[in-house]
Every structure is written in structure tokens, then in C-alpha cells.
Design a protein around this ligand. Sequence first.
Ligand SMILES: NC(=O)c1ccc[n+]([C@@H]2O[C@H](COP(=O)([O-])OP(=O)(O)OC[C@H]3O[C@@H](n4cnc5c(N)ncnc54)[C@H](O)[C@@H]3O)[C@@H](O)[C@H]2O)c1
Ligand SMILES: O=C(O)C(=O)C[C@]1(C(=O)O)C=C[C@@H](O)C=C1
Length: 361
Amino acid sequence: MRTALVIGTGLIGTSAALALSQRGVAVHLADHDPEQARTAAALGAGTDDAPDGPVDLAIVAAPPAHVAAVLADAVRRGAARGYLDVASVKGGPRRELEALGLDLSPYIGTHPMAGREKSGPLAATGDLFEGRPWVLTPTRDTDTEVLNLALELVSHCRAVPVVMDADAHDRAVALVSHMPHLLSSLVAARLENAEEAAVRLCGQGIRDVTRIAASDPGMWIDILSANPGPVADLLTDVAADLEETVRSLRSLQSQHEDERREGTSGIEDVLRRGNAGQVRVPGKHGAAPRRYEVVAVLIDDQPGQLARIFADAGRAGVNIEDVRIEHATGQQAGLVQLMVEPKAAPVLSASLRERGWAIRQ
Ligand SMILES: NC(=O)c1ccc[n+]([C@@H]2O[C@H](COP(=O)([O-])OP(=O)(O)OC[C@H]3O[C@@H](n4cnc5c(N)ncnc54)[C@H](O)[C@@H]3O)[C@@H](O)[C@H]2O)c1
Ligand SMILES: O=C(O)C(=O)C[C@]1(C(=O)O)C=C[C@@H](O)C=C1
């Protein structure tokens, strides 16, 4: 692929454009808000000048409700040799396109399983998709050339291609993305009118559970409107689990020992099922989940601290597999948790301690 046109230069469009530009593809940027395309261009994602003729690949990264219209317009203009979209839902946009009666052979629906709770080009990064699944939904009618262009895009973004049927994709993301998003919003919503004395105690647990609740409601209304059935089915099951959990908790308040025992076993069941589900969440680059040891380091909230820790870990010959930062409420300090292979944990702790870092157990 030599040339690409990204239509919709927000978080996802600009992230893909940055990755393509970094791999030498000439990227043109377009958005119904020209300011967004200008910002993406200023970030080095490409040019906001219109291409002279058809590009190799047009990437539509507009909100799901606009995808079919934007794609249809691009196809009618003959903007590219191949077309794809990156919307979080796949069945609805495809059916809308079919209803428009277009030849869909130069089109493939795709969905990168990476994102952020922030929108717009300023939130974009060229490495957003690295190691993440990127779903491709070819049909019998999809041109091989278009499938290859999509695979090239996925490879330039260093993502992992996963081929799926559009409706199977929508059922899968209902489970791993859409239902969890609503649950995150519901948990965060409990904080809206909570007492300040409680809110200021927020630790890492609630931060982990509520990060995605900060996302743009407009985008998520689009996503959920295009996949309401599967999400409602899952939430019905969650609601039944919640009722059962409430019953167990009420039993724990009982005067009778056997009822309390039943309550304990109900709660234990929920927690154990949670453990069993959590270990199935894939690890880095889609590999089997790994257990890492945590080396916790207390840092001052000052510029350059993280870079120094990483450099010191490098000097100790230790690869950091993952990292988490907990900010201490009301203090200029934070706890950095470095996840490393179990063998490397004592080596890293000793080496960082030697270099003056405060290690916490
Ligand atoms: N945010 C995520 O985590 C995520 C992850 C994977 C896929 N997606 C999908 O990627 C797409 C873009 O999402 P985003 O998070 O980048 O949103 P965003 O709000 O950051 O960007 C969307 C951009 O599309 C532009 N736009 C809106 N209507 C348009 C139109 N008719 N023509 C041209 N441009 C138009 C907006 O001006 C904006 O710049 C959506 O379809 C979304 O479902 C999002
Ligand atoms: O990490 C996030 O912020 C996301 O919300 C990303 C996420 C997800 O649920 O994993 C959200 C929607 C997209 O369609 C794909 C990815």
C-alpha cells in the first residue's frame, strides 16, 4: 500500500494514520470537522490536502451511525481501490450498506480491539493497536485485493488479524466490550452523588473498574444502538447473578448459622467464578495469560521518575512486562507496580534498592 485516505480523524483514525505514516505510506486526512484533520496533520499523521486521484485504501473511522453514509459517498466518488471501516459494530453498518444497493466487493468491515476512553486526534498514538486483535469480516463477495490491503494495514499497525463473521463479532464484543462498558458506567454512576468523604478514598480497584466510564456517551449510544439485543441478553444474566448475590449477602446478616453458611457459599461461588473468568483474559499480544511478580516502588510525583526507573530496570537486565501506577490521594507521591517474570523480581528489587529507590512489599 502506497497511499491511504483516513476519513474521520479522531482517536482511531489518527492512530491508524500515524502508524501508516510512520511506515512510509502517504496518508490523506479528511474529517467533516476540518479542524480535526488539521490537528491530525499537525501531529504528523499525514496531510489534510485532498488526494489527486484514487488512493489504495480508504479507512472510514467516523462514529458507527455515520459509517454507511460516509462509505457510500467515498465509494460513489471512487476515492480508493479498497475501502474499510473500523466501527465497533459490524452487522448494522454492513446491512445499511447492502440496503443502499452498492457493490460491496471493494469493502471489508473491520474492528481494532484497542481504544481509549478519550476521543479526538490529540488522544491518538501510533502504537495504539500493537499486539491487539484486529477483527476482519470478509464475505464471499470481498475482493482478495481488499482483504490483502486490510491485512497490510493491520500489519503496519502491528496488530493481530482475526477473521470473523460480522454477526458473530457483534455477539462476541457484546460480551467482552459492550456489556462491561455499561457495568463500568453503572458502577461509576454510584459515585455521582456519593459523599465526598467516601469518594476521596477511591483506590486502584475502582479506578480499574471505572476507567472506560469516562468515554464519550455519543459514541457509545451509537455502539449500543447497533447491538442492543446481545447486550440486553447478557445484562439479563448479570441481573440474575446480582439478585442471587444480594440474596447471599442478606443471608450473611441472618441470626441462623445455616443461612449464614449458605450466604458464604453463594458469595464464594461468585468470587470463584470471577477468578475462573479473569484467568481467561488473554495476556500480552494475545498470548496465554501469565502470572507476573510485582515489584512496587514508591516515587515522588516529579518529571522523569518513570523514565529513570525503566532505565534502571534496563541496567539490571530486567524486562518490564507491564506497569501500573497508583496515585496516593492528596499526596505528591505514587506507587509504581512493575510486573516482571517471577525469576526477575528479586534481581530487580535488589538492583533498584541499591540505586536508592524505595521498594514496597
Ligand atoms: N474509541 C474506541 O475505543 C474505539 C475502538 C475501536 C473502534 N472504534 C470505532 O472507531 C470509530 C471512531 O471512533 P473514535 O474513538 O476515533 O471517535 P472520535 O470521536 O475520536 O473520532 C471520530 C471522528 O469522526 C469525525 N466524524 C464524525 N462524523 C463524520 C462524518 N460524517 N464524516 C467524516 N468524519 C466524521 C469526527 O469529527 C471525529 O473527528 C467509531 O466507529 C468507533 O466505533 C472506537
Ligand atoms: O480501552 C478502552 O478504553 C476501550 O474502551 C477499548 C474498547 C474495548 O472495549 O476494549 C472499546 C471499544 C472498541 O470498540 C474497542 C475497544
